[in-house]
Design a protein around this ligand. Sequence first.
Ligand SMILES: Nc1ncnc2c1ncn2[C@@H]1O[C@H](COP(=O)(O)OP(=O)(O)OP(=O)(O)O)[C@@H](O)[C@H]1O
Length: 526
Amino acid sequence: MSGKVTVTLRENEGIRPLIASPSYRLWTVAVLLVTIVALRQPAVLAGTAGLFLFVMLCCGISLRMILRRMLLLIPFGASAALFIPFHTAGRPAFKVLGYTATSEGVERAVVLLLKLAGANLLITYLIAVTPLFVLIRSLRAIGIPAIMLEMMSLLLRYFFLLKEEARGMSKAQRSRGMKTSGWLWNALTYKRFGQLMGALFVRAYLRSQRIYMAMSARGGFEGGRSVERLAETDRTVPVVEVKAVSYAYGNIQALKGISFDIAKGTKVALMGPNGAGKSTLISLLNGLELAHAGEVRLYGETVNRSNEHRLRRSVGVVYQDPDDQIFSATVLEDVAFGPRNLGLSAEEAAERAAEALSSVGMLEYKTRSPFELSYGQKRRVAIAGVLAMRPDFIILDEPMSFLDPRGRDELQELLERMHRSGLTIMVATHDVDFAAEWADRVLLLKDGKLLASGTAELLFDDELLTQASLHLPRLARPFRMLQGAEDLRPRSVKQAAQLIWKLMNRGGEYAKETGKPLEGDRIAKP
Ligand SMILES: Nc1ncnc2c1ncn2[C@@H]1O[C@H](COP(=O)(O)OP(=O)(O)OP(=O)(O)O)[C@@H](O)[C@H]1O
């Protein structure tokens, strides 16, 4: 599964924009660009470029940054301008290798270069003082179609994610001795660089696959068709029935004939070591993949190509990395993406999105760019994106990963609230402590097989835990060290406190009976 990717868009810290409103800024730059295109006099163009440079320096944009941006464009402009003096009719000015340059040609080349420099300065100013996603949003104000902006926003977002991945990989390589400084690399460095590029390509491919899955899961490729929802379901029909299901990726058998049911309103922890088949099972439960053998039944219906879209309406999946799921320019738009795909109007979708954001405590961030959020906040937005589709069954893949302790507690509370609102929830997790405290039901997978299925009591079975590469919940460990208390299985801090209290009382009774205090070897022997 992918690691956390941090996207930095705050390249412009310490820079003061001259015009506060991004859309006014955009309009001003657009008007100035048109003016530059219209100007013909080299002296006026040079004066204008000088003025822009002065203003940019006053705004706090460093000369280094300006030169770096200029160097990106000027070589292209210069190579085009190089030929103009020799291809323009007029008074001969000088000769190079037998070719005659004209004065008019030289002036045209200078005008072109000055125009390019002026335009480049303006765009550098705009990019330096405006975060890219604010810029994209402002483009809407000048009439660029929403679909184009969505695409730009998506492309930009993944460009940055890949850039961050490349940076992370390169850092990791450098920390292991790869040297990339200087112009002349040795053969090994070139080889390592090639490997890095290859790995980046594979990562880009895998990420695009995950994005595709996350978008499909929210109905992104159904063209906003209004698909009927499932009728109100009978509580007695299991939400999920998995019967002898197998699935393979080519020769790799990911699931090997597994069977289980999930009743409505259950809190399920799907656990197992890496490569056990959890993510594969999730794709099958959401109808994104179909079983190669056996059947997956959702609300009593076998999932097949003809009903997968309809059934998927009732099953929401929150993927592990929120960066795979979130892509719109604002938080509200992103959460409204799923409802829009359900065929709802823009107003209805926005209403639902606001409601979902409120339920995850993120309503106040609705106009922000998802890029400006912390990882935990992005995860909440990703959950809201799925809740807004009002599923009956929600699956979360590793929701606790990369969250700080407070973030974990808050997420657990959110899961409880979601459950109280009537949802059936499945969480794929490696976190035994969370699963022991939260789950009503535990499914243990290993090597594509169902190792065990039952209550959270399974998480106290040493043999099973060893087989599933899990460990005993931390709260239960001290009790294992106390003679006479080994069988006590607290699943929450509260239960652990109650059990400790009981043990203390037991100690008191012993002292009363025997007239001796309880010491070491009876109960309190670690
Ligand atoms: N796209 C793929 N192509 C080939 N094999 C795959 C692919 N995805 C998964 N597998 C294989 O299928 C098996 C199950 O993988 P899966 O990702 O479902 O496990 P998982 O339990 O989710 O693992 P983890 O906890 O590491 O995320 C593994 O052996 C894995 O190598």
